[in-house]
Design a protein around this ligand. Structure first.
Ligand code: HEC
Length: 177
């Protein structure tokens, strides 16, 4: 094939999207993100996709939400962990925080113990100061069964984080030692 650099890039992005490589990677090779992101189940407004391998990231902290009766585990990619370790604020570009959520259920094996039940949502915050300048540098994504939730829900993320944790770069979670 005789391809210009531009069409080569588009071709590479197509191959990446066909093989399930994230939109982030497609952007790395210089492709337009919107069509690729849509093909990869990206969140509305922000185009955030589920980062590959996030379940292997390190634990930052846990939390418990009474309104939903859910346990949460907050994980961070290596950049996030480095920033927490060095108390770097704002978090640098490339930081990704993941919040996993499970229903709280009684253990069937030990009275008084509670364990994670069904997984409910997984949420991400991706730092890119330029790309997400209008939302404090963070892109948001909330997924159920691997699919992003609707635009209306994604309109709520920034407002709540801004209202409560503006002084901590919009991040609630502190590192649990
Ligand atoms: C009404 C307030 C509120 C809204 C709306 C909200 N969050 Fe949060 N978020 C929280 C709170 C409180 C925490 C920390 C406690 C916890 O873990 O549940 C949190 C934590 C997080 C974290 C872990 C990093 C951190 O800041 O601690 C991520 C990732 C996250 N939210 C993503 C989202 C996404 C994506 C949306 C929109 C779809 C969203 N949030 C909407 C209140 C909110």
């Amino acid at each position: 094939m005789n391809m210009s650099p531009k069409s080569l890039t588009a071709f590479a992005a197509l191959v990446l999207s066909a093989t399930g490589v994230s939109a982030q990677r497609a952007e790395d090779v210089g492709a337009a993100s919107a069509p690729i992101a849509a093909a990869n189940n990206a969140s509305p407004i922000f185009g955030v996709t589920i980062p590959p391998g996030y379940r292997q990231w390190e634990l930052v902290a846990v939390s418990y939400e009474t309104a939903f009766d859910e346990f949460r585990g907050i994980l961070g990619n290596p950049l996030a962990l480095k920033a927490y370790g060095e108390a770097t604020l704002p978090f640098p570009d490339g930081t990704i925080l993941a919040k996993l959520a499970w229903k709280r259920v009684p253990s069937s094996e030990f009275n008084g113990a509670f364990v994670p039940g069904a997984t409910t949502t997984v949420q991400f915050m991706v730092k890119d100061a330029k790309k997400y300048a209008s939302t404090g540098g963070w892109g948001f994504g909330r997924f159920i069964d691997g699919k992003p939730v609707d635009e209306a829900q994604h309109k709520t993320c920034f407002a709540c984080h801004l209202a409560n944790v503006k002084a901590h770069d919009l991040v609630f979670t502190r590192f649990a030692h």
